[in-house]
Design a protein. Structure first.
Length: 377
């Protein structure tokens, strides 16, 4: 037992000296390549084993032949171990180089290009994260481009829609100022109409800016869907009568919802006014409400003839108004021709209530739906 402890002490002394000699090298190489660090660790390990074994062999007073055998075995083992360590370090270096090359493609238009060589689990996991990050960047860039395009369309439509009433207001003001207006009262009424129209557009812009900035403040209260629909129908009925459109509500149950009544009434009003303007005379606009899977789905169906399938995904975008024939359908409630803000406001308000807005074509027209979570009494 004493001899065994003595041999262990010699081995520990030899291995410890090799470890102390190799530690500064490991510290100095910690900022260098990972492959060189791995090879250095393997080298220190081999030296520690060899030094401890030689120290024990000398302490055992082996014969020259036996000592030579021990040295040869250690040398062969060390060569093999260092060769395997070098191959492993080279594989890590190649994988890291390929992953670094692939990282340059993150966020590019062509998308992330995965390394062509097989990687170890850690580098493979890192590559998967880079691929996911690239996909998120591409999606974010696509959204940004769509938003920028929508903003350009909005600015173009706003500029056009503001120019027309402002030119009319200026002409009427000059006619009144020069005293050439035959019926001043009629001019005053038209000026008031144009001012109301501009005021509605400004209100829509302000509302949309609050929605997009996340500054829309909701005053939630529990109300019945029946009451919300009734208020919306009452507000849209004069326009429907003027246009000769039948406005009907059916299948509306008094389902409770926790919403901001003013904002949801505005949503329903926008949908009804747009539907009335897109429906020909003697047509019908129907509003309905049904409870489905802890949601209440309110729908507005018109007789507009339908929306082109290519335009359906975009009707809720800011500033989008589709083809010329469909312009009234996506105009806001503020005037006959708007800047395409009404449906964008609808979606923003509904999503602020943790709901969703959608549209689909039906026989002879289209159906806009908003889904809101129900609330228990």
């Amino acid at each position: 037992m004493h001899d065994l402890l003595e041999m262990a002490a010699y081995a520990a002394l030899g291995a410890g000296l090799a470890g102390l000699a190799g530690w500064p090298a490991v510290v100095l190489l910690r900022r260098r390549s990972l492959s060189l660090s791995l090879f250095t660790v393997a080298l220190v390990t081999v030296l520690a084993v060899a030094t401890g074994t030689i120290a024990v062999a000398q302490a055992m007073f082996l014969s020259r032949k036996d000592y030579g055998v021990v040295v040869v075995v250690l040398a062969m083992g060390s060569v093999v171990a260092l060769l395997v360590a070098w191959l492993l370090a080279r594989q890590v270096a190649i994988g890291s180089k390929e992953l670094r090359r692939a990282a340059r493609t993150v966020g590019s238009d062509a998308g992330f290009t995965a390394p062509a060589v097989p990687l170890n689990s850690e580098l493979q996991a890192l590559g998967a994260e880079l691929a996911a990050t690239s996909a998120r960047l591409a999606e974010s860039r696509q959204r940004e481009r769509a938003l920028e395009s929508s903003r350009r369309e909005l600015i173009a439509w706003i500029s056009h829609d503001l120019r027309t009433p402002l030119a009319g207001l200026r002409a009427m003001a000059e006619a009144l100022e020069d005293g050439v207006a035959e019926y001043p009262a009629l001019y005053h009424a038209r000026i008031r109409t144009e001012v109301d129209r501009l005021t509605g557009m400004v209100d829509d812009l302000f509302e949309l800016s609050r929605i997009q900035a996340g500054a829309l403040t909701l005053s939630l209260s529990r109300v019945s869907v029946y009451d919300l629909v009734g208020d919306a129908i009452a507000g849209a009925y004069p326009l429907a009568r003027e246009r000769g459109v039948y406005l009907v509500g059916h299948g509306i149950d008094p389902v409770p919802v926790e919403v901001d009544p003013r904002e949801i009434t505005r949503v329903l009003g926008n949908l009804l006014v747009n539907a009335i303007r897109a429906t020909p005379a003697d047509g019908t606009v129907a509003i309905a409400a049904r409870e489905l899977d802890r949601e209440v789905v309110l729908s507005v169906t018109d007789g507009c003839g339908g929306i082109p399938e290519a335009d359906l995904p975009r009707v809720f975008e800011t500033g989008f108004r589709g083809a010329a024939a469909r312009t009234p359908r996506v105009a806001p409630a503020a005037g006959e021709a708007g800047a395409g803000l009404g449906l964008a406001i609808v979606r923003g308000i509904v999503e602020a209530h943790e709901g969703r807005a959608s549209v689909r074509n039906v026989m002879g027209g289209c159906c806009f739906e908003i889904a809101l979570p129900t609330a228990a009494w």
